[in-house]
Design a protein around this ligand. Structure first.
Ligand code: SF4
Length: 64
């Protein structure tokens, strides 16, 4: 799996970091950075939750 971020949409709400802290990192004032753009399958549920709960739909999970 692979993660795509639309930084134009990201508003730094950090819901993604809350759901998948091993994959996303959001500074106090700023936009998300994906610390693991190709996370292992064990992170799938957490990443799916991050995608679902991102308030601006800035995240996409793609399968290779
Ligand atoms: S939850 Fe969405 S808007 Fe918030 S930091 Fe993560 S990607 Fe950006």
């Amino acid at each position: 799996m692979r993660i795509e971020v639309d930084l134009d949409l990201c508003q730094g709400h950090a819901m993604c970091e809350l759901e998948a802290p091993a994959v996303f990192s959001v500074p106090r004032k700023g936009k998300v950075s994906v610390t693991d753009p190709r996370p292992p399958d064990g992170e799938r549920a957490a990443v799916e939750a991050a995608v679902r709960y991102c308030p601006t739909q800035a995240l996409k999970l793609l399968d290779d």
